[in-house]
Design a protein around this ligand. Sequence first.
Ligand code: ATP
Ligand code: MG
Length: 427
Amino acid sequence: MSNIQALRGTRDILPDEVTVWQNMESTARDVLHRAAYREIRPPMFEQTELFARGIGEATDVVGKEMYSFEDRGGRSITLRPEITAGLVRAFISNKLFASGGVQRLWHTGPAFRYERPQKGRQRQFHQLDVEILGSRDPRADVEVIAIATDILQALGLKSLSLDINSVGNGADRQAYRDALVSYLTPYKDELDADSQDRLTRNPLRILDSKDSRTQEIVKGAPSLLDHLSEDSQNHFNQVQQQLSTLDIDFTINPRLVRGLDYYTHTAFEIMSADLGAQATVCGGGRYDGLVQQLGGPEVPAIGFAIGLERLAILLQQLQSIPAPTLDFYIVSRGEKAEPATTILAQSLRHQGFSVEIDLSGSAFGKQFKRADRSGALGCLILGDAEAVEGTVQLKWLSSGEQAEMPQSALLDQADSLRTKIATLRQS
Ligand code: ATP
Ligand code: MG
């Protein structure tokens, strides 16, 4: 029988790599906690209609990339292709708007898109999603941008760049859309096939086409920034001023339009020069129309999503994988000794130590080798003689220093063992 393979575009994150993921998660959690964001955990699948309405039918995500299926009850279900829509649905379903205040929420977990897998692009990938719901204030825009840069900086990432743009409000965009279509229509036949299609469906998306001829044509296109109303211009100016006050460098990129229909005003992306083709680590922006579009009240919002696979790639280029930390490794041999290790390990764990038992039953020599490789600081040795006496040998692996003591004495000196271990860790 042939082996069952993992699905294309999925990856197992193995234990050695998990330390990088835990580092990303704990760093993000710290930064978010200090800014008063609260974690929320919505489900991973939702009614297909949520994404169709919330992301937009004309986007690649909805049009080409969703994992949708009919469940046994005949409903159309979709594995979430991103987190924002589900989070907003949860915000509405649970009436989190009822207090009338601002909600700062975050979530991390997998998302699913049927895409061609390549480095930094998978079919199951992970996002860290951060949102502020309930504020129109440009300080909210600046706050989420600052949080994204803080997380990336706290992880030690360099050579990042931040692009920002304003896509204005609905009316600004409508005016701009008309100007853009008039400009592009004479070039219609020279545009790439996708862009020709978008000319009627979603013309703004043509601005971020990757096709070189289309890019050349787009260079001469009118700028969205020239079509902003006074209010939109004001908002954008304040965002820029405050970013400068915070010493956050940015570039204005008038072609940054994001793939999703619900964005208004600020749009931003953080790229890394060290990622090749999949350079965008973080994408975000304001979406003042989404809550209402999904059946909720009029609640403005802004947020971002960081792609954690891309971040993990950058961190692996940067970090050596930290050695596992283990306090004690227990080796044993003999009918009386082996059962005694279970209770010894358990008692030590209850005192707060990390303990691994060698379960192999192999010769002491082999067990000692594994003890060395385990990264443990101390090796506890139990033969039948010790088991009968109720004693144990403790060997500190870095110095080779060894002593025999009653097992009860070992447990009684937990405090001094802790001090010893802390000293050894520091050296
Ligand atoms: P791209 O242009 O790279 O396809 P996108 O505009 O589709 O990105 P968003 O919908 O803004 O991406 O998602 C936010 C972030 O999630 C991206 O910046 C990226 O880091 C990450 N991301 C998106 N799709 C994938 C994927 N298939 N695999 C891994 N990460 C992804
Ligand atoms: Mg994409």
